[in-house]
Design a binder for this molecule. Structure first.
Ligand code: CP
Ligand code: NVA
Length: 301
């Protein structure tokens, strides 16, 4: 494992390895055991979009591992004034031990990896969000003990989250159902891959997808960068909501997850959100532990 550019970079064994280390780091963290596995290391964090969880969990994670993190907003970097990513990659590789980047185009993340000589971690692009899904898988395993025989259901936009969740669910052997409008499907290549490699459906029928689900998942209707489409999307996604009726189709012990930030009464009702707040905030906490595991795997000598 040299980089984490997308979840497809990892096979099932590598994901389990990360989740096991994440569990151990979480246990140690909760029990006051320090683990300075990245003493003296520096992670650069390039943000071209907003963030609460990704920024704070990576920064805190590096600190807890004995290293440090630098917040690099594109407003301050020369990248924001047009310096090519190829040059930025080669310069930053001389100073840093790793880079986490949140940006729009996936190809920018790939270019950093191609031109730089240090590990690159994708902190969200328009195409995918692998760090979030590692935390999601960690949370699913905490609640359900194993992935065996589980049905995973995502309701909403076939966006970056849906793309990475498909990869995560199918790779771990779960059944995967994506409920989304016809014109808002996930990446076609991933749909093809999922259909060939597991039990997969993608349909506009929310109830069929939610039926007997062990995990229900949703995300915002309009992602970062789609602000101008907000009004149009509110109409299209009106019925793609996790509410009591949808939950009633799932298994009685269903867990509900959301990567956050959440928009109540849009993709999820306040009632369902609060009823499942424990799972959702465990999921959020697990960003810290899962990413620390990724950092150790990638940055440790
Ligand atoms: N889920 C997630 O990535 O949150 P932030 O946008 O706050 O980082
Ligand atoms: N789909 C959302 C995820 C935020 C974590 C976005 O890209 O804005």
């Amino acid at each position: 494992m040299k980089h984490l550019l997308k979840l497809q970079d990892l096979n099932k064994e590598e994901i389990i390895d990360i989740l096991n280390l994440a569990d151990q780091l979480k246990y140690e963290n909760h029990n006051g055991i320090e683990h300075h596995l990245l003493k003296g290391k520096t992670l650069g964090m390039i943000f071209q979009k907003s963030s609460t969880r990704t920024r704070v969990s990576f920064e805190t994670g590096m600190y807890q591992l004995g290293g440090q993190a630098l917040f690099l907003s594109n407003r301050d970097l020369q990248i924001g004034r047009g310096e090519p990513v190829q040059d930025t990659a080669r310069v930053l590789s001389r100073y840093l031990d790793g880079i986490m980047i949140r940006t729009f185009e996936q190809k920018e993340v790939e270019a950093l990896a191609e031109y730089g000589s240090i590990p690159i971690i994708n902190g969200l692009t328009d195409y995918c969000h692998p760090c979030q899904v590692l935390a999601d898988l960690m949370t699913i395993r905490e609640y359900k003990k194993s992935f065996e025989g589980l049905k995973f259901c995502f309701i909403g936009d076939g966006n970056n989250m849906a793309n990475s969740l498909i990869v995560g669910a199918i790779t771990m052997g779960m059944e995967c159902a994506i409920a989304c409008p016809e014109d808002y499907k996930p990446d076609p290549e991933l749909i093809k891959w999922a259909s060939e490699n597991g039990k997969f459906t993608c349909s506009p029928n929310i109830y069929e997808c939610a039926k007997d689900a062990d995990i229900l998942y949703t995300d915002v209707w309009a992602s970062m960068g789609q602000e101008e489409e907000k009004a149009e999307r509110e109409k299209v996604f009106k019925n793609y909501q996790i509410n009591d009726k949808v939950v009633a189709f799932a298994k009685s012990d269903v867990i509900v997850l959301h990567c956050l930030p959440a928009h109540r009464e849009e993709e999820i009702t306040a009632k369902v959100f609060e009823a499942h707040a424990n799972e959702i905030f465990d999921e959020s906490e697990n960003r810290l532990h899962a990413q620390k595991a990724v950092l150790v795997k990638l940055l440790q000598d």
